[in-house]
Design a protein around this ligand. Structure first.
Ligand code: NAD
Length: 289
């Protein structure tokens, strides 16, 4: 297939490279010359004009920083320039309302479009092991599935347009709150004189067990290898967790949902980020509780 890829940063760079490896012809566009230089090394054809990059393509994939940029790129550079036969796939993490608006505009202009945000970080993007949560019609999902499968290990249809973004932020709100709860629990266990490995051995087999504890333990040298064992470098940055929590708060307000635990998690990560810890893995919050 001929696929245009817009936004080849930390995540998009590896994703586009995996499309090339799967045998697709990939036209790359990014505002950053560095990102384009890397894309060229990875076998993409590089463009300095997005409109040229999408012309005549079978699909357009975007992996961009936020909803405002996604909306501008689709309305200025993609729609009316890519053929209406092209499938549009936005893999960025953005707010649900913008995702629905962009999808509706695409539909009106004659395109099939999906929102397909990802779970998994840079290593999963490079390794082709992302999980995609997809919002869109059954027809659009069926068309999107083989393209996304070349970049991930799981592709799940979440529902209609915007459902991918909704699933992503609901999952990450739960992750943020459960990480904080796990961290404060280990802190309390320590203050109560428990050995942390022993507490892990008990709780990981008892009803407190959760992913933040048993797959991503925030305590160094306890549980499987995690960013805690690497001074909280790498992993999922606090700034990105905060971005997703803010999106969750916007969505909760828009939907009239009461989310006190999610709101508290957003406040706690807001303060941690403001204190200069935005680049640290989100499990580093344990050192701030
Ligand atoms: P990034 O900042 O590394 O990459 C974004 C790229 O978009 C940059 O190369 C930038 O130059 C480019 N860009 C910005 N505006 C553009 C425009 N108008 N036209 C073309 N290119 C433009 O960000 P990232 O870490 O790759 O994240 C991308 C998306 O993936 C975000 O929505 C993020 O929330 C989501 N995400 C990131 C991670 C992660 O671990 N980094 C994990 C899951 C989801």
């Amino acid at each position: 297939m001929k696929i245009a890829f817009i936004g080849l940063g930390n995540m998009g760079g590896g994703m586009a490279a995996n499309l090339v490896k799967a045998g697709h012809q990939v036209n790359a566009f990014d505002l950053s010359p560095d990102a384009l230089a890397k894309a060229k090394v990875n076998g993409c054809d590089v463009f300095t004009d997005a409109k040229q990059a999408v012309m005549g393509m079978d699909a357009v994939v975007t992996m961009l920083p936020n909803g405002k940029i996604v909306e501008a790129v689709y309305s200025n550079d993609v729609m009316n320039h890519a053929p209406t036969s092209a499938l549009l796939l936005d893999c960025s993490t953005i707010d649900v309302d913008t995702a629905r608006r962009v999808n509706a505009a695409a539909k009106k202009a004659g395109y099939n479009m999906v929102d397909a945000p990802v779970s998994g970080g840079i290593a999963a993007a490079n390794g082709g092991t992302l999980t995609f949560m997809v919002g869109g019609t059954k027809t659009a999902f069926t068309r999107a599935e083989p393209i996304l499968a070349a970049m991930g290990k799981a592709v799940i249809h979440a529902g209609e347009s915007g459902a991918g973004q909704a699933a992503k932020i609901c999952n990450n709100m739960l992750l943020g709150a459960s990480m904080i709860a796990t961290c404060e629990t280990f802190k309390l266990a320590e203050k109560l004189g428990l050995d942390l490995q022993t507490f892990y051995d008990i709780s990981s087999k008892a009803s407190g067990q959760n992913w933040s504890m048993t797959s991503y333990c925030p305590v160094p040298n306890v549980g499987p290898q995690s960013p805690a064992d690497n001074d909280y470098a790498g992993g999922f940055a606090t700034a990105l967790m905060l971005k997703d929590l803010r999106l969750a708060m916007e969505a909760a307000q828009s939907a009239g949902a009461d989310v006190p635990m999610g709101a508290r998690a957003a406040q706690i990560y807001e303060a941690f980020d403001a204190a200069g810890s935005g680049d640290l893995d989100f499990s580093a919050i344990i050192n701030n509780l």
